[in-house]
Write a protein that binds this ligand. Structure first.
Ligand SMILES: NC(=O)c1ccc[n+]([C@@H]2O[C@H](COP(=O)([O-])OP(=O)(O)OC[C@H]3O[C@@H](n4cnc5c(N)ncnc54)[C@H](O)[C@@H]3O)[C@@H](O)[C@H]2O)c1
Ligand SMILES: O=P(O)(O)OC[C@@H](O)[C@@H](O)[C@H](O)[C@H](O)CO
Length: 484
């Protein structure tokens, strides 16, 4: 419908009748991707599973969505035009700081699944190539540990009178731990926790974070979690840029609803999951989800080819004056670097089921979608964490194959140059490790554009690698090669 000059109506379950399913899924990280992906799959499954979604940090997204009874418009953006669908699977939207609501829902026997989209930085993992482990030196982790040490009491947490609302915790893992403590003390039903963030072994990482807190607080609780909570690994894929005011205006114009929380996404969508759902799950396969025994190869393909290329373009593209993925890829120099990185990564993606040539061709078409304005600055956020998972494994695999790995080291070089350029222009660094990075960038003893600066920046990604003089020399030699 073209609303044309008509005044757009509010969107809610009165103006758009839709039944509310019972809450059986709790979600943390009420951002664009959750709404375009897990909420869409759950709506498509249409088998009675409702989602209670919590924001990760600020309350805004919850306030806006709650005012619409959880309803929002999904704009499926193809090169040829848009289609619109109202998604009704989110039935409650809460501020992530609302520990009383989160704990009550996680303790409820009706809740069978907790999903997460809290960004890579939200897991608070220690840097380094070893087994994932909670970063006990992180300031937010330390603050949450001290609150828990002061307030945690297994018997109090068993009581429905416990005032969970008084608990001021900021990390998702600590908040979840409180919910799991209450769940164990109640009916003790098992739960599946499903990370949907772009991290290798995202289930294992989530488990390491929650158990990392549990072991510091209550060893019995840690044992219960180990026995009763399933951590599902996933590979998740659907390009979902940040919503703009123009998108809101398009929805009002085309549907007649004044939706403040629409979400734009591409037609392509994929969700590959591996793990147990001990308390059941929606029939997500009805919407195309795949359940596999081992997803490591699929995950490698997605994280290296898609996210690796995104990360490369986010730094090199911005250095060359581009704002979006489509603009960056239209630049022959950037396109060449992406192809070189893909060639290097593809040499280590040999499983026939990965169909790498076809995947690369489809990926290029997705990146080139001229109507998806995927902002490079947004993708560049938290580069220090993403490089470790996207550039370094390809570099190490190439080095083991006795090749130079420069196509992967170029991601590090572009990141160093982009950070230096941002610092020179007075732009704040958007990274979970911003304080450390900014200290290096501001250090006049180290200087800018020096090999010492390259080594000190790389040390934030991987301390061991920064001590490898040959590798640092290679990264440094690639710096300065991004602008004409
Ligand atoms: N957008 C995509 O195309 C896409 C596709 C696949 C996977 N993902 C994954 O989803 C994540 C979120 O993407 P999005 O598009 O929804 O972003 P978004 O900015 O719309 O939402 C991010 C959400 O994460 C929360 N968050 C951010 N930092 C946090 C922290 N330190 N602790 C707790 N919560 C935190 C925010 O509060 C917000 O709810 C990505 O980082 C990625 O891992 C996104
Ligand atoms: O913050 P990141 O790098 O994990 O994600 C930014 C984009 O690369 C990412 O959101 C992709 O669009 C997504 O992974 C596609 O499935």
């Amino acid at each position: 419908m073209s609303a044309g000059t008509l005044k757009a109506r509010e969107l809610n379950r009165g103006t758009h009748p839709a039944a509310k399913a019972e809450v059986r899924i709790v979600h943390i990280g009420l951002g664009a991707f959750h709404r375009a992906h897990q909420a869409w799959y759950t709506a498509r499954a249409n088998d009675g599973w409702g989602i209670a979604a919590f924001t990760g940090r600020s309350a805004t997204a919850a306030t806006e969505l709650a005012a619409q009874d959880g309803l929002f418009t999904l704009i499926r953006r193809e090169a040829e035009g848009d289609t619109f669908e109202v998604i009704d699977s989110i039935v409650e939207a809460h501020d992530g700081n609302d520990m009383a609501a989160l704990t009550t829902l996680l303790a409820s026997p009706s809740t069978a699944i907790l999903t997460l989209t809290i960004t890579e930085a939200g897991y608070k993992m220690a840097a380094g190539a070893g087994e994932p482990a909670l970063d006990l030196n992180d300031a937010a982790v330390q603050a949450d540990l001290s609150v828990l040490r002061e307030r945690y009491d297994a018997s109090l947490f068993a009581s429905s009178a416990a005032d969970f609302g008084q608990l001021k915790l900021s990390t998702p893992a600590a908040r979840i731990l409180v919910g799991l403590a209450a769940r164990r003390s109640g009916d003790g039903w098992p739960l599946a926790i499903v990370s949907c963030d772009n991290l290798p072994g995202n289930g294992t990482v989530t488990r390491a974070g929650i158990l990392g807190f549990a072991r510091e607080i209550d060893a019995e609780l840690a044992r219960w979690i180990d026995a009763n909570v399933s951590f599902v690994d996933t590979s998740i894929d659907r390009i979902t840029p940040r919503t703009t005011d123009a998108d809101r205006a398009t929805v009002a114009e085309q549907t007649g609803f004044a939706d403040v929380s629409p979400v734009v996404t591409e037609p392509f969508s994929s969700w590959v999951l591996s793990g147990e759902f001990p308390a059941g799950r929606p029939a997500w396969e009805k919407a195309g989800a795949q359940f596999v025994d081992d997803l490591e190869a699929f995950e490698r393909r997605k994280l290296w080819l898609l996210n690796g290329a995104h990360t490369l373009m986010s730094f090199a593209g911005q250095l060359r004056g581009h704002a979006t993925v489509a603009q960056a890829l239209a630049d022959p120099a950037v396109s060449g670097w992406v192809e070189e990185f893909w060639d290097a990564a593809s040499a280590h993606l040999n499983e026939p089921e990965l169909a790498v040539p076809e995947y690369r061709k489809a990926l290029r078409e997705r990146f080139e979608n001229p109507r998806i304005a995927h902002n490079l600055a947004q993708i560049a956020t938290d580069g220090s964490i993403k490089l470790a998972a996207r550039a370094l494994p390809v570099f190490r695999a190439e080095r083991d194959a006795e090749r130079d790995g420069n196509a992967a080291l170029r991601l590090l070089a572009a990141w160093c140059d982009q950070l230096a350029a941002q610092h020179a222009s007075g732009t704040a660094v958007a990274d979970a490790n911003a304080a450390e990075l900014e200290a290096v960038l501001a250090d006049s003893q180290i200087g800018t554009g020096t090999p010492q600066q390259t080594a000190a920046l790389v040390a934030v990604v991987d301390a061991e690698l920064s001590r490898d003089a040959d590798t640092i020399a290679s990264v440094h030699a690639l710096r300065g090669s991004f602008t004409n």
